[in-house]
Design a protein. Structure first.
Length: 178
């Protein structure tokens, strides 16, 4: 018989992509207000893996990823996605297109990277409030590995390298919290 236990806290990681780099700093300020101190911020990521968002957001698009200092309960991911959805709606009013900012929250554990989404699919698990958890990357044999459904931008070497830096910081955070 398996005995239930509380899961480890997770490292909150939020990806932002936008049609104007000037949006990043004010959006980050709002995210800090919601989720606290920032631990790490990526450099700008290339966003030429897909044109899926171009009709809605224009092009070119720019992405940064932010990791937050305070660890979260894994069960909070649906509520976090609701908060980031509201923030996206606030920014939509400033755009001449449908939206100017896309915010993808997720969390990182030593073994995996999960993203929150409102879209159901075979590999996504419902976590409540209309939100699903997407197993995006797994950590295996010393590095993050993509899965057949991992979006190409999350499978990129640059993204995995950044997430490995976040993972190292998260490992330190876990040691300090125990």
């Amino acid at each position: 018989m398996s005995i239930p236990k509380n899961p480890d806290p997770a490292k909150l990681v939020i990806s932002l992509f936008m049609n104007n780099k000037d949006i990043f700093e004010p959006a980050l300020l709002e995210l800090k207000g919601l989720f606290g101190e920032v631990d790490m911020v990526s450099s700008w990521f290339n966003f030429d893996y897909t044109d899926y968002y171009y009709s809605e957001m224009g092009s070119p698009l720019f992405r940064k990823v932010v990791a937050f200092k305070e660890l979260i309960n894994q069960s909070d991911l649906a509520q976090i996605k609701e908060k980031t959805n509201l923030l996206e709606k606030q920014w939509a009013g400033a755009s001449t297109l449908n939206r100017s900012l896309n915010i993808d929250p997720g969390y990182l554990l030593l073994s995996r990277f999960i993203l929150a989404t409102g879209k159901d699919y075979s590999h996504r698990i419902y976590i409540g409030r209309g939100i699903y958890a997407d197993l995006t990357l797994i950590y295996k044999k010393g590095g993050f590995k993509s899965l057949e459904w991992t979006y190409p931008d999350y499978a990129s070497k640059e993204m995995c390298d950044f997430l490995e830096q976040v993972r190292a910081e998260y490992a330190n955070d876990l040691k300090q919290s125990r």
